[in-house]
Design a protein around this ligand. Structure first.
Ligand code: PGA
Length: 255
């Protein structure tokens, strides 16, 4: 199965709306206008409206960093799927380890968000990954396995091609420590085995599994060359056009 690489920038709580516009303009002049590798930026909510005016005209796609599982109503501070769709948002990051660890999101809350996203034509980028302690205890598959099974409970099989998984070992996020190419491939292929169990061989082989955790231009080519690594979810290195586009170029060279 030929899966198109997806390079997604998770800007986290960085950039004002005008800074976001500048960065997206730089990114689109460097790697827009091609459709071999899918490129997506996920700025904070406050920048989505301005950035959506830019991405409408080119190949860069827009993603959000979170979303409510509720559709509307008295949920102060929350953002709905419909609001995101209205701004031409295509992807939504769900279950990022910072949401899990700092904001108490559980597999079941995230599952509700994943289902709401897909039922509203948003493509979830569902994040999973073990902590250092869990890795040292030899519990990677137990943790990642329950995140996949519980987070994707009742996921509609007809929408599987819109699902993206991001494997982000928590110990590699923002730390400069990257999983080796072999470590990433090993977990990615185990994740794909679980997806085969859940959805069957052909649907599972259409799901992109991104690697995230200190990916940068210097290590991207090795990670992206792994057979089950279908792109990257990039934090720190997505904040400048030079490093983000360096990763996109690595993906283009491999495609
Ligand atoms: P990082 O973050 O690239 O800065 O490690 C990745 C992420 O949190 O998605």
């Amino acid at each position: 199965m030929n899966r198109k690489n997806l390079i997604a920038g998770n800007w986290k709580m960085n950039k004002t709306a005008s800074e976001a516009v500048d960065l997206v303009k730089e990114i689109s002049s460097m790697v827009g206008g091609q459709s071999t590798v899918q490129v997506c930026v996920c700025p904070p909510f406050t920048s989505l409206a301005k950035v959506s005016e830019l991405v409408e005209q080119n190949e860069i796609m827009l993603g959000a960093q979170n979303m409510s599982e509720k559709s509307a109503g008295a949920f102060t501070g929350e953002i709905s799927a419909e609001m995101l769709r209205d701004l031409y948002v295509s992807f939504v990051i769900l279950g990022h380890s910072e949401r899990r660890q700092l904001f108490g999101e559980s597999n079941s809350t995230i599952n509700a968000k994943v289902l709401t996203a897909v039922n509203n034509n948003l493509k979830p980028i569902y994040c999973i990954g073990e902590t250092l302690e869990e890795r040292e205890q030899g519990r990677i598959l137990e943790i990642v396995g329950s995140q996949v099974r519980e987070g994707l409970d009742s996921f509609p099989i007809r929408s599987v091609e819109h699902l993206v998984i991001a494997y982000e070992p928590v110990w590699a996020i923002g730390t400069g420590k990257t999983a080796t190419n072999e470590m990433a491939q090993e977990v990615h292929s185990e994740i794909r085995n679980i997806l085969v169990e859940l959805f069957g061989q052909t649907p599972a082989s259409s799901i992109r599994i991104l690697y995230g955790g200190s990916m940068k231009p210097e290590n991207a080519a090795g990670l992206l060359a792994q057979p089950d690594v279908d792109g990257g979810l990039i934090g720190g290195a997505s904040l400048t056009s030079r490093s983000f586009c360096g990763i996109v170029k690595s993906a283009l060279e491999l495609s």
